[in-house]
Structure formats: structure tokens, C-alpha cells
Design a protein around this ligand. Sequence first.
Ligand code: BJ8
Length: 433
Amino acid sequence: MADYRELWKSLDMDLEKHDQLCEVLPKFYDEIYLSQEKRPEGMNYFNFVIAEVHGLRIQELAEHRKNGQKVVGSFCVFVPDEVISAADAVGVGLCSGSDFWIPDGEKYLPRNSCPLVKAAVGAKTSGTCPYFQSCDLLVGETTCDGKKKAWEILGEHVPMHVMDLPQMKREKDKIHWMDEIRIFIDELEELTGNKITEESLARGIELINKKREVLQRLYDLRKEENLPISGKDALLVTQIAFYDNPERFIEKTNELCEELEKRVQNKESVFAEGTPRILVSGTPMAVPNWKLHHMIETSGGSVVCEETCTGTRYFENLVDNTGETMEEQIKALSDRYLNINCACFTPNPGRIDDILRLYKEYKADGVVYYTLPFCQTYATEFKKVKEALDKADIPVIMIESDYSLQDAGQLKTRLEAFFEMLEPKKEIAAANK
Ligand code: BJ8
């Protein structure tokens, strides 16, 4: 990586502490990613993005800001990227997946808070995340209690807008969410000085739909019997979708998909025949949280799909682009977003339907239900999900784990035992075909 110290200094970062962070990531990445065999050539671009994660992209953001554009950071897949793009602002996902930021987060939040929230607060308050430092506005949302209260703390450090996401999906909630999108439009117009028009919103919808389409193209390839890409690599692509330049991301992911399609034609797989296929379902995994996928794929399994916000919840369902008036477009946005089945909703039967559907579509053999510690909504929802999976005779294991590697040995043992248990089930299923 080139020398970006001047840039980081201009962002008011704690350089000494940031050096410590920069020391850890490359080693960790080499071990988890570069050690994989049969990686597609197309992953080289994504390796480059990670190598430059605090460099080139930050420089690009600085250039955008120099040209008068604003950078808007968000933490949740409910924040409509289409509106950010329509305001000619640059959106970046800020969810934080590193253990490094937890101690700083714990200076402000109770220890028994979710690691995602603690890391986000720690990343900002420690001045070691150049993405946070590059943002002109942060956008939070009222999904879980931990996040809601964290926004109040982050709001003391940086301008913050909070979208009030309803927790039910009744008619009046849909009207309310449309209202929240209107307020968000006003906020961004004020921030950027750009009027959001039907034309600019249509362009934003088109661009973000394209990004979702390319991710769906990638995921469709994971439905193949011969897996052309590892789960770890697919997760990385989705994570990068949150902060890369969207046009370039679409181009590079399409190139990757072309290569993977050839692999499918040639029946090339990155895993040995018979490797159990796993659907991961639960809380999001922000960069560099690659732990669970790495554990699964080094314990005899392969991840074929993620029913998470760094997976299908991010890109499934496009925004209807036929609306001509602003009201029709806002309605289309609201409809698409309220179709996301996050555990913060009550009741939330759509998520169970999604898990059952994805299990079939991706020809999975079992489900790993993943929650971050202290995530009440996802942990509590496990009971209903398990009941539905038991009824459908689908094997499931619940894994609760944070960002540290302390439980790695124990996780490996549990996963290996789970995969062994899947074998007889697979044989029975094959015999019944
Ligand atoms: S739509 S999953 S991105 S809220 S894991 S912070 S819920 S305590 S991240 Fe999420 Fe939006 Fe839902 Fe997705 Fe709270 Fe749970 Fe932590 Fe979470």
C-alpha cells in the first residue's frame, strides 16, 4: 500500500493507534483468504480492494469531497442507497467487524452490548477508521435498542440522522416508512444542496438495482452442485459492495461471474464432492468478520448462501422502476425495503419462509444459525426458526460468537460434529430421490 499518512492526518486520525490496526489485517487476510486453493482469478480485484481498504478508496472519498460531494455513512440495509445516489452523494456502509474497536466501544457502551454496535462506536471514537472520519453525515435507524442508544452517543461526535423504522408491517407502518423516506430526501437535499428529482431518483434506483442484480447473479452460481466459489470469497464480495464505487463494483463482479460461469460449464468445484452445503442465517458479518465462514470451510463444510444482511437481505428484490412521479418512486422504495425480513420486526414470519426457500434453492444440507452475543432479536427468533426447520426435517445448529478467536477450537469441534451428523441424512435423502 502506498503512503497515505498525510491523508489520514488530514482526517484527524490517531495515526499511532491506526498503525496497530494496519499491522493485524494483512496477516489475518493472508491466513484466511490467500491460503485458499482454486480461487477464481476474478478475486484478485477484491484482494486489491482489501489491500487498499484504508488507502485508495479513502483517497477517492477525499477527492469526491474536494469536488463538493458529500459522504454519507450508514449501518443498516434499510437505509435507501438509491436516495443517497440521487442526491449525488457517496454512500458507505460502516458496520464494523473488528475486535480491535471493542475496548474503545466499551468506554461508552455497556460490555453486554452487541459487538457490532461496540465496534462501530469504538471505530469512531478511537479515530482509527478512515471511513468514519470521511463521513459528512451518519445515518442510523431504529432497528434494535443497542443501535438506537448508540446513535445518541455517535451524534455527539458527528452529524447524525436517524430513520425511524417501524417494527411492524401494517398499512400504517408502510405509510410511516414512506414518510421517513421523504424526510431523508429533505435531509440529503439540505446536506448536499442538490434537489432530488424524479430523474435523479430514477437513476439512483437503476444503479442500485444493477448492484443488486449482479449480486444475485453471483449467488445464483452458488446454487450449482459444483461450487465455483467458496463461501468466504462470496461473503467478501458482498461486504465490499457496501463501500466500493458502485459502477466499478458492478463491472468487476460481472467479470468474476463470467469466470465462474465457465467453471460451472467445466464442472469445476472449489470443494471436494460431497462436502456438506451450509446455509448461514442470522446477524450480519461486517469486514473483517470472516470467522464463521472460515471455521465452516476449514471444518469440512462449504457455505452456499447467507440469509443475512451481508447476504440475501441486502440484495434480494429490486425496486420497481416504473414509477414516474416522486410519490410513486417513494412508494416503490418503501415496498422494496419493507420486504426485508429483519428480526427487529414482529411478527416476522417472512424470515422463516425465506430460510426454508433459500435452503431449497441453494440445495443446502444444513443451516448454521449465527448470532452475535447480546443480539436479543436474532437469538430470540431462533426458537421459531428451529421449530419450522425441525418440522421440515432440516438440521440446524445455533452458533453464538463474537469477533474474538478465543472460541475457535470449541466452534470447530461443534461444527465438525454437526457436519458428521449431516452425512447419514444426506444418504437417506439421496436414497429417497
Ligand atoms: S436489517 S440485522 S443491518 S438491524 S446484530 S446491531 S440487530 S443487536 S445489525 Fe442489522 Fe439492519 Fe436488522 Fe440487518 Fe442490533 Fe442484533 Fe447487533 Fe444488529
